[in-house]
Ligand binder design. Structure first.
Ligand SMILES: NC(=O)c1ccc[n+]([C@@H]2O[C@H](COP(=O)([O-])OP(=O)(O)OC[C@H]3O[C@@H](n4cnc5c(N)ncnc54)[C@H](OP(=O)(O)O)[C@@H]3O)[C@@H](O)[C@H]2O)c1
Length: 329
């Protein structure tokens, strides 16, 4: 496991340990590793940073890198001869598709231009596509690209579901971006992890959109569940998409998860085709379980969600919230 101590990588490592697999995590040492793993230390962005990987042989590699593709290139080259017939699983993203991304886009949809040798980490789509190309250069058809969409669940360090949970826990009038019946698409990090491990065990290669089917939940179901699990003190005040935008609330970041219906961004994030992953065994737990377990995790860690330093803060400021509440419903 290259990484394995934060959100997605940690979930994969924990699920692998739970399966009785022998798991090694390779990281710098800034976050505590999950229990039950062996630890190797190194810095992938420095010249001899991979030295700790030594000459050992592995059955499979899972890599969550989201920085410059060159780090994936170097690791994949080093490990290519040391994994037998095992795969290199690269946790990629549906952000690699070239915008505007049509509703129903599957794995054949055009992607952005990128290079596996890139040393830049500015453009997320290019970074993730470059990582895919780097894995493919070294592992060929044993490279597995897991193009995840929106990922939520316990351990989230991006602040989307945690923001909604902490806001509804505070109670009072909470502006809710309508319509409540808007279909949403996301993946619980634990379902993603299980799919990754099953795919790795089967030696699956190729490209998969890995996110729930469109409409696995709706905005209404998601937010009502947040209200319920946090004690029922919040009152959802539904506002039309037009009111949300007129109030200056930012889709996706200010109002996490939400994108205006009938927008290209909504089609991209919430209407993707996932039949390939479903046919390859993807199972998605009910939203109630994801929300309740994430709330339990947040409470266990004292109600302060960890936040990645390289992602914008999520949620509405007080002024925007008040402006939105004052808009007609
Ligand atoms: N969140 C979403 O909605 C979403 C959607 C689609 C795709 N994705 C993808 O999901 C993945 C998220 O993975 P993640 O949560 O596990 O976090 P990540 O940022 O990919 O990885 C962080 C891990 O890498 C280690 N690390 C960081 N810099 C390092 C370095 N220079 N050398 C060695 N190790 C280093 C960290 O270890 P230490 O800090 O412990 O040293 C930590 O274990 C990304 O690939 C992202 O693109 C996310």
């Amino acid at each position: 496991m290259l990484g394995g101590t934060e959100f997605v990588g940690r979930a994969v490592a924990e699920a692998a340990v739970a399966r009785g697999w022998q798991v090694t995590v390779f990281h710098r040492g800034r976050h505590a590793p999950p229990p039950g793993v062996r630890v190797l230390r190194g810095d992938r962005s420095s010249g001899d940073g991979l030295a700790a990987l030594g000459q050992q042989e592995w059955d499979a590699v899972v890599d969550t890198w989201s920085g410059a593709p060159r780090a994936v290139r170097d690791a994949a080259r080093l490990l290519a001869g040391r994994c037998g017939a095992g795969p290199y699983v690269y946790i990629s993203s549906r952000s690699v598709y070239a915008e505007p991304v049509a509703a129903g886009a599957d794995e054949t949809f055009p992607v952005v231009d990128a290079s596996p040798h890139d040393t830049e980490a500015e453009d997320y789509a290019r970074v993730k596509r470059g990582g895919e190309l780097a894995a493919a250069d070294a592992f060929g058809d044993r490279a597995l690209f897991v193009r995840a969409g929106l990922i939520i669940g316990p351990g989230e360090n991006v602040g989307r579901l945690p923001w909604w949970l902490l806001r509804t826990a505070r109670g009072g009038d909470v502006p809710a971006p309508g319509p409540p019946g808007l279909p949403l698409q996301y993946i619980d990090v634990r379902d993603l992890a299980e799919w990754v491990l099953s795919a790795a065990a089967r030696g699956l290669g190729g490209t998969y959109n890995v996110v729930s089917p469109p409409g696995h939940t709706t905005t209404g179901e998601l937010l009502r569940t947040c209200v319920e699990v946090t004690g029922g003190r919040a009152r959802l005040c539904w506002r039309t998409p037009e009111s949300v935008l007129a109030a200056g609330a930012e889709p996706w970041t200010g109002l996490p998860v939400w994108l205006p219906p009938d927008s290209a961004d909504y089609d991209h994030m919430h209407r993707s085709d996932v039949s390939r992953a479903l046919a390859a065994g993807l199972r998605c737990r009910p939203v109630e379980e994801t929300v309740a377990d994430t709330w339990e995790w947040l409470r266990r860690i004292g109600g302060r969600a960890p936040m990645r330093a390289d992602r914008p803060l999520k949620g509405l400021d007080e002024e925007t919230e008040a402006r939105l509440l004052a808009m007609p419903d």
